[in-house]
Design a protein around this ligand. Structure first.
Ligand code: HEC
Length: 361
């Protein structure tokens, strides 16, 4: 945009100098410059803002100069000077504020080093995620909503020169993915409380009978999707350069499955501690809180479950008359592998669910 504006400006100066000896030069100039600007708006859909101001200023200068006689050099110099002023004015009024906003956005959404935040999984057992689920997840994260935010963050951090050159101040244009705070800044989601009491949930109840239904699997997949939150990943250049990452969090309360209602959902973490732990929180898992939350050792059910998930199962569930307990695998799909420095299919954690039978069923 800047280049086109500059070319236009040079042409305008050339025309004005050529017209110098003509009687009624300012009138001719006004006609020609209006036509040029008009054509530029109609033909390529852009409005070179500095050129409009420059033309106006030059017009005034020409009227002044037509009253007094000046040398060609002074005449040309005067026109160049007002052109420079027009650009300076535009720079301070329109371009600089936008550049400053980008500067603020860069500070608010800086490049972060994931290697300093999370360790790669210690286990080397790379079991594959159930392929249909993995590919569905992988396709989903390419949804347009995610892409726009990501492109804006890319432009913000990688394309600052082209952002400057195509600044709207130099000419209204349809540059797509111009970084906008309203898109980059995601709404903060309120923590969701654990749906039911913890007493008699994790750790309690002899749970014998093996169970696996589609709705249990759906419950786990929905929770997984909600927690990892692809919208909040931002721009992942590499593991050491990630911009705009929002920590994983659950933003909705899962209801349950079949005739079971959810009581508690704990995250079993395999990455942040030296041994597997379950985080204890009043709220459904959110990494911003869990990083400082108390942890407990896995209970026997969870320990058995983790072993089963490591062996390649996606769901480990057992029930008795009143309680259903379930461990669901949180495995890396393709998009997780850069931040987590792991292979596709590796186990990064699990959700430990306790559900109670809905009364009357
Ligand atoms: C943009 C980087 C990034 C991506 C992409 C990402 N994660 Fe994470 N994840 C992190 C970071 C960083 C942490 C550590 C907590 C924190 O600092 O927010 C983490 C923590 C976790 C934890 C908790 C581990 C523990 O021990 O507490 C799990 C589980 C997890 N991620 C799973 C996934 C899965 C599954 C995917 C892909 C579907 C994924 N993550 C994608 C950056 C990422």
């Amino acid at each position: 945009m800047l280049f086109i504006s500059l070319v236009f400006s040079a042409i305008l100066i050339g025309i004005a100098v050529e017209l110098r000896r003509t009687a009624a030069a300012p009138v001719w100039f006004a006609l020609i410059s209006t036509a040029m600007i008009g054509i530029s708006i109609m033909s390529c859909m852009f409005l070179p803002t500095p050129v409009v101001f420059q033309a106006l200023a030059m017009f005034i200068v020409m009227i002044v100069f037509s009253a007094v006689s000046v040398s060609k050099a002074r005449y040309t110099g005067g026109l160049i000077a007002v052109t420079a002023l027009a650009y300076l004015g535009i720079y301070f009024v329109a371009v600089r504020p936008e550049e400053q906003e980008y500067e603020r956005l860069r500070k608010d959404f800086p490049m972060e080093n994931m290697a300093l935040r999370v360790r790669p999984p210690a286990s080397s057992v790379a079991a594959l995620a159930s392929p249909s689920f993995a590919s569905q997840m992988e396709a989903e994260t390419l949804e347009a909503g995610t892409l726009v935010r990501e492109r804006m963050l890319v432009n913000l951090h990688e394309n600052s020169t082209s952002l400057f050159i195509s600044n709207a101040g130099f000419g209204a244009t349809r540059m797509i993915f111009r970084p906008r705070r309203s898109t980059i800044e995601l709404e903060t989601e309120e923590p969701r409380p654990q749906p039911g009491p913890r007493e008699g949930s994790a750790g309690g109840g002899a749970v014998e009978e093996k169970i696996a239904t589609k709705s249990l699997l759906d419950l786990h997949r929905d929770s997984f999707r909600d927690f990892v939150n692809p919208k909040g990943w931002g721009f992942i250049k590499d593991r050491k350069h990630v911009a705009g990452f929002v920590p994983h969090r659950m933003s909705t309360s899962p209801r349950g499955a079949d005739d079971w209602s959810l009581q508690t959902l704990d995250l079993v973490g395999l990455l942040m501690h030296d041994k597997p732990v379950a985080y204890v929180s009043e709220n459904l898992p959110r990494m911003d809180q869990l990083k400082t939350a108390p942890t407990r050792d896995l209970d026997p059910f969870e320990a058995a479950g983790i072993a089963a998930l490591r062996g390649g199962e996606d769901l480990y569930a057992r029930q008795n008359a009143t309680t259903l307990r379930m461990l669901g695998a949180i495995r890396a799909v393709e998009q997780c592998t850069t931040c987590h420095a792991c292979d596709r299919g590796e186990l990064l954690g699990a959700f430990s669910y306790t559900l109670g039978r809905v009364a009357g069923k």
